[in-house]
Design a protein around this ligand. Structure first.
Ligand code: ADP
Ligand code: MG
Length: 680
């Protein structure tokens, strides 16, 4: 007898040729086949009287063959069979191309026909309709699934194959959801769910089926992530003993926020436990994540461990270096900066310091990953702004030592339940509080016609000793769409608009040294107006800057705009963000105005999620986690919460799913994650 892993070619009615076609869609096994969900549905449940068939649309009718079919051959060796079908309201002319066997249709037999209604109100026709004997119809007279297709696979082939698949596995589908959970949440049985997600008996049945399958998927994923996490318990991380953090806190120029202290507490707790830390620290721009990292570095150093801090850009790495060095060296923790532009001689000295253990913290870019970088006792790896790094890079750095503690800092604030899904096996700390005394950045959407006033405003701010960012989407050469380009625009501003001010230009195509020079000058207050591309998006900290101008603001997602805006408003002084856009599209206007209405990063992320979907977040998601087949994290949040809390309650009783009644469930979870390559 077949099981769910049987190749579809062995399923009755499918066979070799169709199996080949299905392969193109990634459908190999019976399980794949029934798990290949429709993209949408077509309501064919209405059976029209012939006289009411809507011309121009696809519709069904029930009709009797009224006469012996006629057939003739046409050029090209094709056969045309024509037949007349009737009901009490009218006549339907049916034409079949290349279906010679239709000649044997017998007058008096009744069928359900389904096809595009052609002709006119007096004479309706169908060409090559789908037809099934009346009373036995499976693919007509009902709500039909519409599957995503690929070349060489027709809708009908899939519909028929899935029908066969469902018939073949009626007895085989295990119900992995515990009965109690199914009842509490009024979820239908698994057979009913699969039947009705493909061939719904009604739209209510479809909704039931959908809810059950979404719940099941999220339940399974939650179990899987939990298992992944619990596997980490077995390995020991770099040993750390609890220590009084007060000396570190005392060295800071400001008291930490409660949220920062909580995050530090979480991290230090991890580092003193028996397993390596694997924590994501999430907080809005400006929430002070760097201090959490610094506290961990300090704590690791107290325990004799070296740390590495990896930043996505050289500018940011340098800035961390400049901020952290004075703080940490006071405690005898020597810091080094290692980037692509570190000179050979200096680099050699750093490598030596890392391998003999005299350097306590190495800050850098991808350069930290190169093979010749060896640490004596690497105990902690911090990656800043994780969405710029792949997981592969994070773990490459991790491999520089055996199971070091890992801390990931991210400024993409997303709802907790979603974060759990997206970052999977990471524990999560959220910094949901900004340091006190920040004045929200006043944000305005402005058109080209206000440009002169904008420049006047910039000039006024500079006159008051403040500094200004102007961000453009392109690097050089005005592109055909008329986007502002940093290089040209910067020069134009210097020459024509602000000849008396100091304008600096920075973008990704510059040499690292030039970039650094400009950034350093800006940080030192020697540049008034910094024209740049988004190289400054991530993390740069110049508290004296009070104005952020974003040109062609329509080009950016809200989260990116929010990050950019976060470059100002870092002190108590008033600050401004101007979104410049002449785009009048309704959606664009709405999006940009939303940003003007709030400075809450979570609200911004939520809005982005709702309007653009979680695609952006998933673009950067951890590799190796299963892709969701049916659940939609945005629209199924209620189900997500319910499924997560049920799964966690069950796991609290049986953390490794070892109870006999969970065997099926455990197997299914394993299979789901194996397929994604996460549990090897
Ligand atoms: P982000 O979370 O965006 O990385 P940073 O760590 O760069 O934020 O911190 C933003 C600014 O806030 C820095 O200038 C930092 O010195 C300052 N800061 C951090 N924590 C506090 C605090 N508790 N009180 C006051 N200022 C703080
Ligand atoms: Mg930062």
């Amino acid at each position: 007898m077949a099981d769910l892993n049987t190749n579809v070619r062995y399923i009755k009615g499918i066979g070799e040729t169709r199996a080949k076609a299905l392969e193109k869609l990634g459908v190999h096994t019976l399980r794949d086949l029934i798990g290949f969900f429709p993209r949408r549905y077509e309501d064919r449940s209405v059976i029209y009287p012939i006289a009411e068939l809507p011309v121009g649309e696809t519709a069904c009718c029930r009709a009797m063959i009224a006469a012996v079919p006629t057939s003739r051959r046409i050029p090209g060796g094709r056969t045309v069979v024509k037949v007349r079908a009737v009901d009490e309201t009218g006549t339907l002319d049916v034409t079949f191309f290349n279906q010679a066997y239709r000649q044997s249709l017998r007058p008096g037999d009744s069928f359900v026909f389904c096809g595009k209604v052609e002709g006119n109100l007096l004479r309706r026709q169908m060409v090559n309709p789908l037809m099934e004997p009346d009373g036995q119809h499976q693919l007509t007279g009902r709500i039909m699934p519409v599957y995503p297709l690929t070349r060489g696979v027709s809708q009908l082939l899939l519909q028929k194959a899935v029908r066969q698949g469902l018939d073949a596995c009626r007895e085989l589908l295990p119900d992995v959801l515990p009965d109690a959970v199914r009842m509490t949440h009024q979820l239908c049985y698994v057979n009913y769910a699969y039947e009705n997600i493909h061939f719904p008996a009604s739209f209510e049945a479809l909704a039931q089926a959908h809810r059950r399958l979404v719940f099941e998927e999220l339940f399974l994923v939650t179990c899987g992530l939990h298992l992944l996490r619990s596997r980490r318990v077995d390995v020991a991380g770099p040993m750390c003993r609890a220590a009084d953090m007060q000396p570190f806190y005392d060295a800071l120029p400001f008291p930490l926020t409660d949220a920062q202290r909580r995050a530090i507490g979480d991290a230090v707790g991890d580092m003193t436990s028996s397993r390596p830390m694997n924590r994501l620290c999430q907080g809005d721009v400006g929430s002070g994540k760097t201090m959490v990292a610094a506290a961990c570095v300090w704590f690791a150093a107290r325990n004799g461990w070296q740390s590495a801090l990896m930043a996505p850009t050289e500018i940011l790495a340098r800035q961390h270096y400049e901020n952290l060095t004075p703080l940490l060296e006071r405690f005898g923790i020597s810091c080094a900066l290692l980037t692509g532009s570190t000179k050979v001689k200096e680099r050699r000295a750093i490598l030596e310091g890392l391998s003999d253990g005299s350097i306590g913290l190495c800050i850098g870019t991808h350069a930290l990953l190169t093979e010749d970088v060896q640490y004596q006792r690497l105990g902690l790896v911090v990656t800043d702004e994780q969405h710029r790094f792949g997981v592969a890079q994070r773990s490459a750095l991790g491999q520089k030592a055996e199971n070091p503690h890992m801390l990931v800092l991210s400024a993409t604030p997303i709802p907790r339940t979603l974060a759990l899904m997206i970052y999977g096996d990471l524990d999560l700390s959220v910094i949901d509080q900004l340091p006190p005394g920040r004045t929200p950045v006043a944000t305005y959407l402005i058109r080209e016609d206000k440009r002169a006033r904008l420049y006047a405003f910039v000039r006024k701010q500079v006159a008051q000793g403040r500094q200004v960012y102007i961000v453009c989407p392109a690097v050089d050469q005005e592109d055909p769409e008329g986007l502002k380009a940093a290089e040209q625009y910067g020069r134009q501003l210097q020459e024509e608009v602000f000849p008396d001010l100091r304008v600096g230009i920075v973008h990704g195509k510059q040499k690292a040294r030039d970039k650094q020079g400009v950034m350093a000058a800006f940080a030192a207050g020697e540049v008034d107006v910094l024209v740049s591309t988004t190289v400054i998006e991530v993390g740069v900290d110049v508290p004296n800057a009070s104005v952020m101008v974003i040109e062609n603001a329509e080009r950016y997602g809200l989260s990116a705009l929010h990050q950019l805006r976060g470059r100002v408003g870092r002190g108590a002084a008033e600050s401004w963000c101007f979104l410049v856009s002449d785009n009048t599209g309704e959606a664009v206007q709405k999006r940009l105005k939303f940003l003007c209405s709030t400075t809450d990063g979570f609200a911004v992320a939520q809005y982005d999620l709702e309007t653009r979907g979680p695609g952006d977040f998933f673009g950067s998601r951890q590799h190796g986690l299963p892709t969701l087949q049916i659940a939609d994290l945005m629209n199924d949040t209620r189900t997500l919460h319910a499924a997560q809390s049920e799964a966690l309650a069950m796991l609290a009783e049986d953390p490794l799913l070892q109870a006999p009644e969970h065997a099926l469930l455990a197997a299914q979870v394993q299979q789901m994650f194996d397929k994604a390559g996460a549990m090897n």
